[in-house]
Design a protein around this ligand. Structure first.
Ligand code: GLN
Length: 484
């Protein structure tokens, strides 16, 4: 087995028992990146020198007796998260050349825990998309089939984990951007509860929905990463002042005493038959592990798509007003006066999808339309949240597909925004409710991974990690790797 093939927890054992150093491990992963990157194009930027010097530092710390949670582990970071000294573009031309002067809280925590930052992964521009095709730079490729998308917007992170170009990664999830690419790449990806993880230094797309989360080769790695990044942060007023439980301790092998709900709204029309079959088979496995499976209903699910696209675009139109070419990133040099500079910078710097969303959001917020669109969407959002609250009185977690189909072809949906938006039909409502969810692999259709989604109550990451881990350990889907 090559070093780059190890999971985080396997690599930690090797590092702790001095079988190899972090420098050796990091070098192995950097070589893997150099070899595979022409195929996957998962990274926007590889910070080779910084990575090697952090690895040296990790080895020094370990030699001095330290043993932090992620000491010496090489990770990839979605390019939406600020990294001091490493360019952060959010996949946008408008931020080309921007090097943040500070680390996001999650990065600071990773560094404290000893992690090695390998570089920044590709994303749809400002995390708006489901395929990385909206990146202002290039499209990443799905390691299972290079003609297909890895999903998005954290598609670079998912592809990098899947192709062994890192041991684990961070992403962000506003409407499914961790779970959907995890599903399409056959890895495990977790969106924590809104407020569980600090968003300080994470570039805002839709502030009431955005949440940072983890992508890993298995569930245990997600638990390890979450352990490090979770917790209250005085720098982020939306981060919750709640104790962080021991996530490793939640990884139990069976599901005795657990009741799982199956919301029928997530099955049937629009969901590919083979995908549904994989989920139903997974439910049988969970039943054999001791879980009690019941039917539940989330009746307002069908409103989640319009509600999400009203709220997220409204918030995006406000958040993206700050890109004027003056303070960060690209500036148009030709303009003769300030308004022209703003206009030209935004016209050249933003891609088509970002412009579409700024216009939609500005419209939804404008006088006379606010009540009809934004306010109404907020009311519907409350109903969606109440559906979840009611369901969690009957069961501890919900089981659904993560995506309606496996990975689609590059180019297949770029000219049809609605078809692209439908890709997130199973993930969006969870962001509207603020609850937590994880996607793990549960089968293959025509050689492409299928994702199973486990949805949990607010701040109950423990339960979804438990259910995901028990299922994962009873199956072998997570051990299958693409031939690259
Ligand atoms: N695909 C969804 C969108 O385009 C979700 C994106 C995300 O979670 N960042 O908005």
């Amino acid at each position: 087995m090559e070093l780059y093939e190890l999971s985080i927890h396997e690599a930690l054992e090797g590092l702790r028992s001095r079988q190899f150093s972090s420098v050796k491990l990091t070098q192995a992963v950097l070589e893997r990146i150099a070899q595979i990157e022409p195929k996957t194009q998962a990274y926007l930027c590889v910070a080779q020198e910084q990575a090697l010097s952090s690895a040296e530092e990790a080895d020094r710390r370990r030699a001095a007796g330290a043993d932090a949670t992620l000491l010496g582990i090489p990770l990839a970071i979605k390019d939406i998260i600020c990294t001091e000294g490493i360019p952060t573009t959010c996949g946008s031309r408008i931020l080309q050349g921007f090097v943040p002067p500070y680390d996001a809280t999650v990065i600071r925590k990773l560094r404290q825990a000893g992690a090695v930052i390998l570089g920044k992964t590709n994303t749809d521009e400002f995390a708006m998309g489901s395929s990385t095709e909206n990146s202002g730079y290039f499209t990443s490729h799905n390691p299972w089939d290079l003609e297909r998308v890895p999903g998005g917007s954290s598609g670079g992170s998912a592809a990098a984990v899947c192709a062994n170009e890192c041991l684990g990664a961070l992403g962000s999830d506003t409407g499914g951007s961790i779970r959907q690419p995890a599903s399409l790449c056959g890895i495990a990806g977790l969106k924590p509860t809104y407020g569980r993880v600090s968003r300080y230094g994470v570039v805002a797309y839709a502030s009431s929905l955005d949440q940072v989360g983890t992508l890993g080769k298995d569930v245990r790695d997600n638990a390890l990463l979450l352990q490090v990044i979770a917790g209250h942060d005085p720098e982020d007023s939306t981060s919750a002042d709640k104790a962080v439980p021991d996530y490793q301790a939640s990884l139990l092998p069976d599901l005795k005493g657990i009741t799982l709900g199956v919301p029928h709204e997530f099955f049937g029309e629009g969901i590919q038959t083979e995908v549904e079959q994989s989920i139903r088979q997974a439910l049988d496995v969970m039943r054999s592990l001791g879980a009690c499976i019941i039917e539940v209903s989330l009746p307002h699910t069908r409103y989640s798509l319009p509600v999400y696209y009203l709220i997220s675009t409204a918030e995006a139109s406000a958040n993206l007003a700050r890109y004027d070419g003056i303070r960060y990133g690209a500036t148009d040099e030709q303009a003769r006066e300030i308004w022209e500079a703003y206009r030209r910078t935004r016209e050249e710097g933003f891609g088509a999808e970002v412009k579409r969303r700024i216009m939609l959001g500005t419209y939804a917020l404008s006088a006379g339309y606010y009540d009809a669109y934004y306010l109404k969407a907020q009311k519907a959002r409350t109903l969606i949240k109440q559906d979840y609250d009611r369901a969690f009185q009957e069961c501890q977690a919900l089981i659904t597909p993560t995506t309606p189909t496996p990975a689609f072809r590059i180019g297949e949906k770029v000219n049809d925004p609605l078809a692209m938006y439908m890709e997130d039909i199973c993930t969006l409502s969870l962001n509207l409710s603020g609850n937590c969810g994880i996607s793990i692999p549960c089968g293959f259709v025509n050689g492409l991974p299928v994702g199973l989604q486990i949805l949990g109550n607010a701040f109950d990451e423990v339960t979804i990690l438990h259910v995901a881990h028990a299922y994962e350990q009873a199956t072998a889907w997570h051990l299958q790797k693409p031939a690259l």
